[in-house]
Design a protein around this ligand. Structure first.
Ligand SMILES: O=C(O)CCC(=O)C(=O)O
Length: 343
């Protein structure tokens, strides 16, 4: 492969730096480049150091390349997918029951949400999870919840600062009051601390539909208990999730990952956009999103594919479970590196 040549004597000019980057992209060998630079009067040690530095900074094609160009190309791909998505129906598919074959082929691997209306296995835990039974069995237990959310616009991304330990009965009293209350919520984020208390629910597989892997369920289910009016702010998860509605109902707004360039994702998996109070002056591109919306009723389950954005509001006192133990690969967090500021 021919190397490009630049007639300049000062090796640190933009011209030489660009020349090296271009030749790395063309997969020209370091020795051929060094030779060309030495021929042009550049000291061999300096030439070698410049090439090695450029290589380490990602000038080689097939690795990070020119990151601005690559980011632009990724944006183009996503925008093209978003253009097609905007032409699609905003209905979420609903099925009473589904075979594993159809679920994995048409929904799990296709990154497509689904509402399963016939989650019959819920019957196995409905009595254990009635409000009375919960109060009787766990009332005296200390549990961890999220608290003080009303005072923090970003209560979700700051969730670690809102953890608080309370007596479960006192929490339930608040959950069952009739008014809307987003200040307290027992969430998946509290799962670790509460795992022992609620083990007979979260570490049991008797409520799991077939699409979940009943042999691989320990530590893979998380409880959500809260009053009417809790809002889980718009975010995407790093796994495929099944959100199972045990008691009460929730409204869910969701849309696919191809709208990444329109959702103002500024931190980890969050955005400042609020689907329930849309501010299109601050977030104008969101208007181009084909938002889906559904109500998840008691005894139903919603498949939330990895990367799909969702905002969830409870319409009544509510108990849900999120499970992540599917029969196929769901370890996407292993490859995730952008946990913090990405603005
Ligand atoms: O039910 C909720 O409030 C949030 C559920 C959720 O975000 C999930 O299951 O991924």
């Amino acid at each position: 492969m021919e190397s490009e040549s630049v007639r300049e004597q000062n090796p640190f000019t933009k011209g030489w730096v660009e020349w090296i980057r271009k030749n790395l992209e063309l997969e020209v060998s370091a020795s051929a480049m060094t030779e060309a630079m030495v021929r042009d009067g550049i000291d061999k040690t300096i030439a070698e150091a410049m090439i090695e530095t450029a290589r380490l900074l990602g000038g080689e094609s097939g690795t990070s390349g020119n990151s601005t160009t690559r980011a632009a190309k990724m944006e183009w791909i996503l925008d093209s997918l978003a253009r097609s998505d905007r032409a699609r129906s905003s209905e979420i598919q609903t099925k009473k029951s589904i075979s594993n074959e159809e679920f994995y082929e048409s929904f799990y691997f296709s990154n497509e949400p689904l509402i399963l209306t016939g989650w019959d296995e819920v019957k196995a835990i409905r009595d254990d999870l009635s409000w009375n039974a919960l109060s009787k069995r766990y009332g005296e237990e200390e549990v961890e919840i999220q608290e003080g959310r009303n005072a923090d616009q970003y209560y979700e991304r700051n969730s670690n600062e809102h953890k608080s330990v309370v007596k479960f009965r006192e929490f339930l009293d608040r959950v069952l009051r009739d008014d809307e209350d987003n200040d307290v919520y027992l969430t998946a984020n509290n799962g670790k601390r509460n795992d022992e208390v609620f083990s007979s629910i979260t570490n049991s597989n008797r409520w799991m539909p077939d699409i979940l892997d009943r042999e691989n369920h320990k530590g893979k289910a998380f409880l959500w208990i809260g009053p009417k009016g809790t809002v889980t702010q718009l975010h995407h998860d790093l796994t495929n999730n099944l959100l199972l509605q045990v008691s009460g109902s929730k409204s869910v707004k969701l849309f696919p990952p191809c709208y990444f360039t329109r959702i103002y994702n500024d931190f980890h998996c969050y955005t400042g956009f609020d689907c329930d109070h849309p501010d299109y002056e601050r977030f104008p591109l969101v208007e181009e999103i084909n938002m889906r919306e559904c109500i998840l009723e008691e005894g139903q389950a919603l498949f939330l594919p990895v990367g799909w954005w969702h905002q969830v509001r409870s319409l009544s006192p509510s108990i849900s479970i999120t499970a992540v133990n599917f029969h196929h690969y769901n370890r996407f967090p292993d490859q995730y590196t952008t946990h913090w500021d990405i603005s």
